[in-house]
Design a protein around this ligand. Sequence first.
Ligand code: BG6
Length: 550
Amino acid sequence: MTALSHSSAWAALARHRRDIADTRMRDLFAADPGRFGAFSLEAAGLFLDYSKNCITQDTVGLLLDLARQQDVEGACARMFGGEPINLTEKRAVLHTALRNRSDRPVTVDGRDVMPAVRAVLERMDAFANSVRDGDWRGYTGQPITDVVNIGIGGSDLGPVMATEALKPFAHAHVALHFVSNVDGTHLAEQLKWLDPETTLFVIASKTFTTQETLTNAHSARRWFLETAKDEAHVARHFVAVSTNEAEVRKFGIDPANMFGFWDWVGGRYSLWSAIGLPIMIAIGPERFAELLAGAHAMDEHFRTAPLERNMPVLLALLGVWYRNFWDASSYAVLPYDQYLHRFPAYLQQLDMESNGKSVTRGGEPVDYQTGPVLFGEPGTNGQHAFYQLIHQGTSLIPCDFVAAATTHNPIGAEAGAHHRILLSNVFAQAEALMRGKTADEVRAEMTKSGKLAEEVEALVPHRVFPGNRPSNTILMQSLTPATLGALIALYEHKVFVQGVVWDINSFDQWGVELGKQLASTILPEMESGPAEGAHDSSTTGLMAWWRANR
Ligand SMILES: O=P(O)(O)OC[C@H]1O[C@@H](O)[C@H](O)[C@@H](O)[C@@H]1O
């Protein structure tokens, strides 16, 4: 047994779970008019209502005991303090330094990293402005009209998500495009309408060795040179974002056109670094600074608020409650904001790559569940697709609803009509999940509409909603760079706290390596076929089928 599953806080929660097995949220609401006030809080421009959870004050107390037992506060101090908490890679975890707007130094191995962070930001500012203002010219003297970011994973998802989310703030006459997939279709479809004379490529890769990114980058350069002819023109059209200067040089990009960052920035935590260059080109340095400031405000809240009033901590503990004590294997994030349409995809990497682990930090197998499967779609689309399962399926799927009080597009017959409809749906979904509909309620409703008793009884079981299905609602006044920054940081810290509770390393990702390794073995075998016995019959058979059918 692991220390966690053997611990007193864990056992107390398991007992409590049995005790409240028959407790219904709708009764808790009926019994306590102050429930909303008791289970909601505001921080860094975000409002969290967590009252629609299967919890009482006792539950929260026991979850906080678990957090204290697992030393969440100590772990938080160690992360912000630059200790090498990513043990398997012997690295500090300091994405918070990238958005540190205070005068506090942040030290790694005794050296303050803040001067270097500020220096890169200044270079990014100058470069982004020169592209936005049309001062950065292509090889024929024309301003840049299109920027293509080539990267994958953390070098893609954060920039795409934030660029989409902050579209209302993108005033520059520069269009952003993102290519990640090694499927040639992705690059080909993006390049189809672009002019090499006015296109700038940002090659974004922390390691600068990622197969997909390098393959796409080489193809982009070939496409560019078909028109530009002269290698010397590459310098005006290709810049790199990386920690690996040697590989950048090898690719043929002058380090003068490289924006660096550091090994203490994890890929999925890197949008605050030079990886955010496309975001900055889209929204401008001032707005990018607001994004950083919003995240910093959430960092300060996380670092200083007591656990019981700490938004990331509470969200994390609620996740642990369902994952470990209610057997909830998945979790939905449902942004009711079209601009956040890539937010669930971004969170999939953040959450599932961080906490998809099954050994403790000490290398022991865990005997409890860790990270859930995360999915989501922007509302209201999901309602007409998979919400059926969330309402009436056999699994418990906790949901986070995310929405802004105001819209950037107040359209409709009356101004803002669309937005009122959108928000009424968020509130209704959360209420429906919590309340459900009992058999008696179904009967009463159907009888009122004049249905025959027999017909009613046949339909009752199909029309009952079990309810008692949990959700959080996260609201902000408006989706801005600052509130987006706070929202992302909220989830980053949530994932961190869960990793601490589960005693896993949230900052490595060895699980992605095996597939990469095998692909590099298989690639040279594609044409000739593998040596006898090199693979299982399925893998060999699939390769043979491909050779016969291509
Ligand atoms: O930025 P790089 O080095 O090209 O890496 C891209 C991605 O590569 C993947 O293999 C990792 O799992 C991700 O965490 C990472 O973001």
